[in-house]
Design a protein around this ligand. Structure first.
Ligand SMILES: [Zn+2]
Length: 452
């Protein structure tokens, strides 16, 4: 409970404060799956794209992407294109929130909040609030003999096979040497040609032959390097997921496109998807003899694979790392916490720390403001102003308040003002089980020190 709640609740009319109802507070112990009989675990697994595509289409939670148009403008308007309006309205749309309320008609029907609660005469369902559906996927699909490698497995296979011979001074992996058919044109001379024959008998066979002889190739290299059995088993745990016809296209809600005065600005993934759809379209055209030519097909498949890997890497970059989505999502700051630098001070006891005034000003924000309001008769706005300025420049009055808070703790019989110190990243997992043999370093995790 905040000090403001205690101060104004019911006593003063100014301000608009929340009134808590215990029943409405979400409790982790009741909402989190808990059972005495079962243990719940979650794990991350690789998706079987072909199966996932089938499930999506059957449940109406996705669509097959239609072949690429002649130019991007046509693709932008296409009902089933990679920029399909089925994904939902994007920022560039005139009525971007219209899909928040809709009936169940695929097109038309009742849309928009203005129609909320009305029954649609066409589908017979109510126009209801619906959230954006981020799990709605488009699927690019290669026709049957053609497949590419699942990007996660591409990486696994690439590391299993290892480094290949360099082509024209460029470092290459064995997998690249297998899939890239253009390099078969370059005659290798001397030592390189003998190593090629001995180490890489599958050099330049192309994607289609690689898929056909996959097991043979894997066994060949396993015999050469038996110590890679773990990597081999890892790939073979889900052999059926290694090759795929289907390529997922995630929602346009996550890759915005904007068109201003004929200039198109977009997120880089859109360009990759555009290229990939073009490649899928040409690969799927196999009516004439020239179109069926394996050499051309292999090149197109390899190009598609390379684009897919590019997209995969781009997505990894978006999600991973310090500035990535995951850490940004989880890396919020707690209220009334501050970050400080740890330095030694031999004058302190083991359970004491000194903290900078700015840190304390921030941590004691609510109490300082409360005292300013109560004792100095300030309005919350005035108090906030003083407090905020004190976080920038030392303020004698605020310092005195902080000292009085610390003194007050001591008067109540406590050794000082209690603070929790966390030295990242150790506290996670240690806070709850302090008794289990702390190493000296971990003992820094939780201290209840005096503040001076
Ligand atoms: Zn309807």
């Amino acid at each position: 409970m905040s000090m403001y709640g205690e101060l104004f609740n019911g006593k003063s009319k100014e301000g608009n404060f929340l009134h808590y109802d215990d029943a409405n507070i979400v409790s982790t112990s009741t909402t989190y799956p808990h059972s005495d009989e079962y243990e719940f675990t979650s794990y991350i697994d690789y998706i079987d794209f072909d199966k996932e595509c089938e499930v999506d289409i059957a449940s109406g939670n996705g669509f097959i992407v239609q072949p690429a148009g002649r130019n991007i403008k046509k693709d932008l308007k296409a009902e089933d294109g990679i920029f399909s309006p089925k994904f939902g309205q994007t920022l560039a749309d005139v009525n971007l929130f219209i899909d928040r309320y809709k009936c169940r008609c695929q097109t038309g029907g009742l849309r928009g909040r203005i129609n909320a609660g009305l029954r649609c005469p066409v589908c017979g369902h109510l126009c209801e609030s619906t959230d954006d559906n981020f799990s709605y996927f488009g699927w690019m699909k290669l026709v049957d003999p053609y497949m590419i490698i699942h990007p996660a497995y591409y990486k696994k296979i690439e590391s299993f096979l290892g480094r290949g011979i360099s082509i024209q001074g460029a470092k290459r992996t064995k997998l690249e040497n297998i899939l890239d058919i253009t390099d078969t044109q370059i005659p290798l001379s001397g030592k390189a040609s003998t190593t090629k024959a001995k180490e890489e008998p599958y050099f330049g066979i192309g994607m289609m032959e690689f898929i056909k002889h996959f097991d043979e190739i894997m066994d060949f290299y396993l015999k050469k390097k038996p110590n890679r059995k773990i990597a081999y088993d890892d790939i073979y745990a889900h052999r059926d997921r290694v090759f795929t016809h289907c390529i997922p296209v995630f929602s346009t809600l996550l890759r915005p496109v904007d068109i201003n005065d004929g200039n198109m600005t977009y997120e880089p993934t859109n360009a990759m998807y555009t290229m990939m759809n073009k490649l899928v379209t040409v690969i799927n055209k196999n009516a004439t003899k020239i179109q069926k030519e394996p050499k051309i097909k292999n090149q197109q498949l390899y190009n598609l694979q390379k684009k897919f890997m590019e997209l995969y890497t781009e997505l990894e970059n978006i999600l991973s790392g310090k500035k990535g989505d995951f850490r940004c999502l989880l890396g919020g700051r707690y209220n009334f916490s501050s970050r400080n630098v740890i330095v030694q001070n031999p004058d302190l006891r083991i359970d004491e720390v000194t903290l900078p005034v700015v840190g304390l000003t921030i941590m004691l924000e609510q109490r300082i403001k409360n005292i300013l309001c109560r004792m100095y008769g300030m309005t919350p706005t005035e108090a906030n102003d003083i407090w905020y300025k004190a976080t920038i420049q030392p303020n004698k009055r605020v310092n005195a308040i902080i000292q009085s808070i610390i003194d007050d703790c001591k008067r109540k019989g406590m050794p000082g003002l209690a603070v929790i110190i966390n030295r990242n990243p150790y506290m996670v997992g240690h806070l709850g089980r302090k008794s289990q043999g702390c190493t000296p370093r971990n003992c820094w995790n939780v201290l209840m020190p005096n503040c001076l």
